[in-house]
Design a protein around this ligand. Structure first.
Ligand code: SAM
Length: 283
């Protein structure tokens, strides 16, 4: 319609189009094209290189799951967490709800994402207000190599492969993450959609399966990602990642809108074709 403005993510032959009111930020950083919009129905929208990273409308689903599935999959109470990527602060915000965590570190390659999120996405960037948070600006794949035997949780909230996120989708990175875990620690990685990018989803699940004793692909409903879902690949040597260690305390339950122990277990139950894809016998 004349006078209306829509922005589209076009990815792997699919399109997702969102009606926007105005653009708040449009910069070319050394790593990527960073745009933030105020949408008509979905609050704020963050795009990197034309790919939707989050909207205010449904970011809680992704961030609650990326933080809480590994937190409760860990067989001991975790104390030290590292987020790789995640510059918008959403995973930090969710991890910050856990008083048990003594340290919360983030390694984000692009300082502009942190700055722009602080300015335009305060609802996720409030994750940085936690005094436990320590920020490292740099490539997560190099950072992890320098920190053996350090973390109970490593959460990779990355962009898709192809840009700066490329090394985060290779087997060496998964091996380095294992070395960076303390005994019984857990990794969780953005593992794409098995509808949109099945080869990538299957590849990271294979790495996790080869490297960890326990692993799985948890699916998350996120309407503003193409195909409406995204995966979280989880791995650990500490115990079955599909079974949460404990139930969130009643205070925490009041602020969770997506995660529950039932959703934790259920997220690993996949349609037959997806299970077969991850067993290496996909259609
Ligand atoms: N939280 C979001 C969501 O809901 O999907 C989006 C992800 S977040 C904004 C992805 C971040 O990963 C980006 O800010 C990007 O700069 C960062 N990133 C990409 N490659 C990286 C790397 N090699 N090391 C560290 N951070 C990286």
């Amino acid at each position: 319609m004349a006078g209306e403005r829509w922005v589209s993510e076009v990815n792997a032959g699919w399109g997702l189009t969102i009606k926007v009111r105005r653009q708040l930020c449009d910069i070319q950083t050394p790593f990527q094209h960073l745009e933030i919009f105020e949408t008509v129905n979905l609050g704020r929208l963050l795009m990197l290189d034309g790919i939707v990273q989050l909207t205010s409308f449904d970011e809680f689903a992704y961030h609650e799951m990326m933080a809480n599935v590994p937190f409760y999959a860990c067989s001991h109470v975790p104390e030290r967490a590292l987020v790789i990527g995640g510059g918008d602060g959403g995973v930090l915000r969710e991890l910050g709800r856990h008083r048990e965590l003594k340290s919360l570190e983030i390694c984000e390659i692009d300082a502009s994402v942190i700055e722009a999120s602080r300015k335009f996405l305060p609802e996720t960037a409030c994750g940085y207000d936690d005094p436990r948070v320590k920020i490292h600006v740099g490539d997560g794949s190099a950072f992890i190599k320098a920190h053996p035997d350090t973390y109970d949780l490593i959460i990779v909230d990355s962009t898709d492969p192809g840009g700066p996120g490329e090394p985060l989708f290779g087997e060496p990175f998964y091996r380095d993450m294992k070395a960076a875990l303390r005994p019984g620690g857990v990794i969780a990685t953005q593992a794409e959609s098995y509808y949109l990018l099945p080869e990538i989803a299957a590849r990271v699940v294979r790495f996790a399966k080869n490297i960890f004793q326990y692993s799985g692909f948890a699916q998350i409903n996120v309407p503003t990602y193409p195909t409406g879902l995204i995966g979280c690949c989880v791995g650990s040597d500490g115990g079955d990642v599909r079974e949460p260690r404990e139930v969130p305390d009643p205070e925490l339950q009041k602020v969770l809108h997506y995660y529950s122990p039932e959703i934790h277990r259920g997220a690993f139950l996949l349609p037959r074709f997806a299970s077969q894809l991850f067993e290496g016998e996909g259609k």
